[in-house]
Design a protein around this ligand. Structure first.
Ligand code: DQA
Length: 145
């Protein structure tokens, strides 16, 4: 099984960025957590981070026929990007949506997620551990089908 783990804009600034919301662990720690989780679960993986919407769309398109699952934190594009939603629908790869913070208890504009319309499930507000939960739950879901 092979997963693509996508992180959207500003997630590369973890540790520096609004630590009261996103914590003090940096992006390297997040990548290590994802890598360790995949290794333990026997999942091959690739990680991708971009601050550019079109690059994320390109990456999702290129995942077709290559990856079995996508774990994505689209960051701010969650709330704006029909293009990322459409790309996920186009490739039809089972997708898990993750948010470090609880988008439902923050500003109104964060409550709506385009990506959730394509995702099998969403994990929000569990901090970096949410990625671990998402990877393992997505694996179980794919294996059950
Ligand atoms: C985020 C929540 C988004 O609203 C925000 O724009 C982000 C990060 C999260 O992980 O909590 O950049 O996706």
């Amino acid at each position: 099984m092979k997963f693509l783990i996508i992180n959207g804009p500003n997630l590369n600034m973890l540790g520096i960025r609004e630590p009261s919301i996103y914590g003090r662990q940096d992006f390297a720690a997040l990548l290590k957590l994802c890598g360790d989780t995949c290794d333990e679960a026997g999942i091959e993986y690739e990680t991708f981070q971009s601050n550019h919407e079109g690059d994320i769309v390109d990456k999702i398109q290129q995942a077709y026929g290559v990856f079995d699952g996508i774990v994505i934190n689209p960051a701010a594009y969650t709330h704006t990007s029909v293009a990322i939603l459409d790309a996920l629908k186009a490739v039809g790869i089972p997708t898990a949506e993750v948010h470090i913070s609880d988008i439902n208890t923050r500003e109104e504009f964060r409550k709506f997620s385009y990506v959730s319309l394509a995702a099998k499930f969403t994990i929000a507000g569990h901090g970096l551990d949410g990625y671990r939960e998402a990877i393992l739950r997505l694996k179980d879901l794919i294996e059950a089908n």
